[in-house]
Write a protein that binds this ligand. Structure first.
Ligand code: SF4
Ligand code: SF4
Length: 100
């Protein structure tokens, strides 16, 4: 272990705080799948909003209003957590968008 630096001598690493994508960058460009929202099935329980890691579920007045595709990374958590199957993941190239 001779020659290795001690931890106090190592350069400081960077820190990226969680939930900052909206302020920093559009991060939806590398998505392979996109979530599609079926408003007619939605009961506005906001479970998707609560679990989305990218703050990409749009809500107004306590109701879901859509999906922010500029920041959604297509992880599928919202579709998996939705109790009413009101969100489905489709290939990004399909060109479908959140409804309405
Ligand atoms: S989890 Fe499903 S039902 Fe609940 S607000 Fe989201 S889309 Fe609507
Ligand atoms: S696919 Fe992932 S990032 Fe996109 S809205 Fe759903 S939970 Fe959020």
């Amino acid at each position: 272990m001779a020659g290795l630096k001690g931890w106090r001598e190592l350069p400081l690493g960077g820190v990226v705080l969680g939930g900052t994508a909206r302020e920093l960058n559009k991060t939806g460009s590398w998505r392979a799948e996109r979530p599609i929202w079926y408003v007619e099935k939605c009961i506005h329980c906001l479970q998707c909003w609560l679990h989305c890691p990218d703050n990409s579920i749009l809500v107004q007045g306590g109701k879901m209003t859509g999906i922010d595709y500029e920041h959604c990374k297509g992880c599928g958590v919202c579709a998996a957590i939705c109790p009413k199957d009101a969100i489905a993941m489709v290939p990004e190239r399909s060109g479908e968008c959140a409804r309405p």
